[in-house]
Design a protein around this ligand. Structure first.
Ligand code: TRP
Length: 380
């Protein structure tokens, strides 16, 4: 028989302590100890050789439509990983969004739309497992032993949670908000994912997931010395960050993004309203002219060209010509995606079925992991 991890995790024998080179170095949970993979080079090198040895888990909060920033920053990368042959898990964390009551409206609609966006951009539902947090009880039960491994001070120190609290309109911080990084550790570890594509803001959470995995493994090894959980690594996108149309951080909630689902006229209107500057000559200078450069970058991403080259073509055409170019580039690039999107959105029955299938699969894996966890803890 194989080790327990091979039946319920990626094919790689992550159980051997020697396979985790930083297991001892990271004894003091230093964020710099997290392995962060960034570029396609890094990534492909390790993954191409043996895609079946990896399992990717990531997720998006069901709080609104996905936009161009998500698409170029992460969705495309996921599709690439899936095409390389890596198994993909996509969690829609509905138990995370209720940490902030203002964000938790229209949950069902946002959840379905996320699935539509995933499939329209190329995620293959036959090979990916797409599921909501709340539909997988055993995943959530992992939270209980995990919480016992983390101190209250550690929870209070988490910079991303602090930031979320600062931006929240809620009068008081609720318990779920404070503990959600541990919840996220359960999202990642229930399926023994070893790669987690995330934005930089999520690195503190990933560090908690790594800490939880390490402490659990130390405290509850299998009798033969193997361990239950891999130590997940963050996968940062190599794509440069897109700014919103106001020059700030692009965000679902700030009204400064172009949703994938927007029609061509809306896209034109949103981009026409983008902030630029008064210089007629268009040039790519991300530090000196961030707004203009951001539009050039967006056009470049859509056309797979260098932003400098596009700037050269526009020359003295000014902001109006720049915006026409970007609008055309975006609409053209998104046209096939939007067409697929419209078809998928018309068949809600299919979308629900994708979630049901994903949830069944996630439940089977979560049940097996929880059984293993209870066994090493000595629960009867
Ligand atoms: N916290 C992530 C966000 O705010 C979403 C998320 C939930 C997630 N669970 C996850 C991301 C697990 C990666 C892995 O965007």
């Amino acid at each position: 028989m194989t080790s327990p991890t091979t039946t319920n995790g990626p094919a790689a024998p992550n159980a051997a302590p020697a396979a985790d080179p930083d297991a001892t170095a990271a004894a003091n949970a230093d964020p710099s100890a997290a392995t962060v993979l960034t570029g396609p080079a890094d990534l492909d090198q390790g993954i191409r050789d043996d895609p079946a040895a990896h399992r990717v888990l990531t997720g998006d909060r069901p709080t609104g439509p996905l936009h161009l920033g998500h698409y170029f920053g992460s969705l495309r990368n996921r599709v690439h990983l899936q095409r390389l042959g890596v198994e993909m898990f996509l969690v829609i964390p509905d138990y995370q969004v209720i940490t902030d009551r203002d964000l938790a409206d229209h949950l069902a609609e946002h959840t379905e739309n996320l699935v539509v966006d995933y499939l329209a951009t190329g995620i293959d539902a036959d090979r990916a497992t797409i599921f909501t947090h709340s539909s997988v009880p055993a995943l959530n039960q992992l939270l209980l032993p995990f919480l016992s491994l983390v101190s209250v001070a550690e929870l209070h120190r988490n910079p991303t949670v602090k930031d979320e609290i600062a931006h929240s309109s809620q009068a008081a911080v609720n318990g779920l908000m404070l503990t959600y990084p541990v919840h996220q550790a359960a999202d990642i570890l229930f399926c023994k994912a070893d790669l987690v594509p995330v934005g930089k803001d999520q690195l503190p959470h990933l560090e908690i997931a790594r800490t939880v995995a390490r402490r659990f493994n130390e405290r509850y090894p299998h009798p033969d010395g193997t361990t239950v959980f891999p130590r997940p690594r963050a996968l940062l996108s190599a794509a440069p960050l897109l700014l919103g149309t106001d020059g700030g951080k692009m965000s679902k909630s700030r009204g400064n993004s172009v949703p994938l689902a927007a029609d061509e006229d809306t896209t034109a209107r949103l981009l026409k309203g983008a902030r630029t500057d008064t210089e007629r000559r268009i040039g790519y200078d991300p530090v000196g002219r961030p707004e203009v450069s951001n539009l050039l970058l967006l056009a470049g991403l859509c056309q797979d060209r260098a932003p400098e080259e596009i700037a050269e073509e526009i020359g003295d055409g000014g902001a109006a010509a720049l915006k026409r170019t970007v609008t055309e580039a975006v609409n053209e690039h998104l046209r096939p995606i939007r067409a697929r999107r419209a078809e998928l959105a018309a068949d809600r029955g299919h979308i629900r079925q994708v979630l049901r299938t994903g949830s069944e699969r996630a439940n089977a894996i979560a049940d097996a992991t929880l059984t293993e966890v209870r066994a090493v803890m000595g629960s009867l």
